[in-house]
Structure formats: structure tokens, C-alpha cells
Design a protein around this ligand. Structure first.
Ligand code: C2E
Ligand code: C2E
Length: 179
């Protein structure tokens, strides 16, 4: 059966929902832009975009190693010293729930500043700013060491973050108990 070409165009514009995790700055802007201009997706209900600036002492590149989106359509990029996440179909009231699934620590412990956009017009306006940013400010994921999950003793099993239990010795036997 013949499918009109414009339907294929609309379906192509759903492709970003098949992405997950880190995307280079331009690819991120392109993906979110495609979602914003897709009339098949609900008005002002496409998702939440959030920019997170790490606390002093943590670089954005290191914070990225703690950012593990689990849901398809949840993407993240790095630039100008901050992480920018787009959480597809997440509602604004559920932002903290979603961030708790994505980061192993309370988000307030990793990031000191957040900016949130959730209406189509707000997201579109921010995308214009993002696309105009000087490419020198685009970030790149760390190639090797710098993963801070070892420091916070948490591990991602591909599904969710798990804290690594640390054995604790309560009594060491040699001076066992009081008399
Ligand atoms: P997905 O949407 O890509 O999500 C992948 C995994 O992320 C899920 O694996 C789950 O561990 C986690 N996840 C995603 N969204 C949420 C959420 O809102 N709350 C919680 N607690 N965890 C979330 P899981 O559960 O094995 O699901 C595999 C796939 O099955 C999902 O892929 C999705 O395509 C579908 N699915 C499962 N449950 C639902 C649901 O309630 N609604 C919808 N629309 N799809 C679902
Ligand atoms: P929602 O997408 O309407 O999902 C409502 C509830 O259905 C979720 O409550 C969870 O119990 C279940 N659910 C939905 N999708 C999945 C799935 O893929 N796997 C499993 N195991 N359960 C699923 P929950 O977890 O309290 O999340 C509440 C709301 O928070 C979600 O509403 C969604 O708007 C947002 N959210 C939570 N986690 C994520 C996430 O990882 N990514 C995004 N984009 N949104 C999320």
C-alpha cells in the first residue's frame, strides 16, 4: 500500500525517540529540534529539558560519567561546563523521579544549579541559544580515567545504579567486648 511521503517524514521525525544517553552537542540540538517540530507529539507534552551545572570540584565531564539514562528517548549532552538532558515525555512534576533513576546520588549533591524548560516554546527558544553557542564550548566525554563512580562506590548494571556495599567490622575479636 502506498504511504504518503509526508507520513514518512513525520515518522522519521520520531527517530530521536530511539536515541539514549550521550549525544554530541549538535546531534542533541538536532534531535530535540526534530521532536519539537513534530506535530504527532503532544503540544507542550514532549518532555522536559534540564541544564545542570556541577558543584565546585566536579567537572561536567566527570558528572557525565554518573549520568546513565535508562529510558529510550532520554538523551544528554555536554557543553559550557554543564550537562543538558532531554527527558522524553517526562512531566515536569516527575522531573525529580526521573533524575533519581538516572543519577546514583541526590542530584543536589552533584549539581549546584539547574535550569528547566518544559513548554515547546521555552525549549525551542533555548535550542536557538544552544545552536548559537561557540563550538569551542562544546564538551567531550572523558576518554579514560576520571570516572567518579569508584569514588562514590556505585556501579551501573545496565539497568540501574547500585551502591557497592562496604564491609564494616564492628568488633575485631582481640579485645572482644567489655568485662
Ligand atoms: P524503556 O522505556 O526504554 O525503559 C528502559 C528501562 O528504564 C525500564 O526497563 C526501566 O528499568 C527503566 N524505566 C524507564 N522508565 C521508567 C519509569 O517511568 N519508572 C521506572 N521505575 N523505571 C523506568 P523495563 O522496566 O524492563 O522496561 C522495558 C521496556 O518496556 C521499556 O523501555 C518500555 O519500552 C516498556 N515498558 C515497560 N513498562 C512500561 C510502562 O509502564 N509504560 C510504557 N509506555 N512502556 C513500558
Ligand atoms: P509515566 O511514564 O506515566 O510512568 C508512570 C509509572 O509507570 C512509573 O512511575 C512506573 O511505575 C511505571 N513505568 C513507566 N514506564 C516504565 C518502565 O519502562 N519500566 C517500569 N518498570 N516501570 C515503568 P515512576 O517510576 O514513579 O515514574 C513517574 C513518572 O516519572 C513517569 O510517568 C515519567 O513521567 C517520569 N519518569 C520516571 N523515570 C523516568 C525516566 O527514566 N525517564 C523519563 N523520561 N521519565 C521518567
Amino acid at each position: 500500500r502506498h504511504v504518503p511521503e509526508d507520513i514518512n517524514l513525520l515518522l522519521d521525525a520520531m527517530q530521536p525517540l530511539k536515541l539514549r544517553g550521550y549525544q554530541p552537542w549538535q546531534g542533541f540540538c538536532q534531535a530535540v529540534g526534530a521532536l519539537m517540530s513534530n506535530p504527532l507529539l503532544p503540544l507542550d507534552g514532549k518532555g522536559v529539558m534540564v541544564a545542570l551545572r556541577p558543584v565546585p570540584g566536579i567537572r561536567a565531564e566527570q558528572a557525565l560519567t554518573l549520568c546513565r539514562p535508562v529510558r529510550m528517548g532520554d538523551i544528554v549532552t555536554l557543553g559550557d561546563g554543564r550537562l543538558v538532558l532531554f527527558l522524553s515525555f517526562c512531566r515536569i512534576n516527575d522531573l525529580d523521579t526521573a533524575l533519581n533513576h538516572i543519577f546514583p546520588l541526590p542530584v543536589g549533591d552533584i549539581f549546584s544549579n539547574r535550569k528547566v524548560w518544559f513548554e515547546d516554546s521555552q525549549i525551542a527558544a533555548e535550542l536557538v541559544q544552544m545552536r548559537n553557542m561557540n563550538p569551542e564550548k562544546w564538551g567531550k566525554p572523558l576518554a579514560g580515567p576520571g570516572d567518579i563512580s569508584a569514588v562514590i562506590r556505585a556501579q551501573h548494571d545496565g539497568h540501574a545504579w547500585r551502591r557497592i556495599p562496604e564491609p564494616v567490622t564492628l568488633l575485631d575479636g582481640s579485645n572482644g567486648g567489655t568485662s
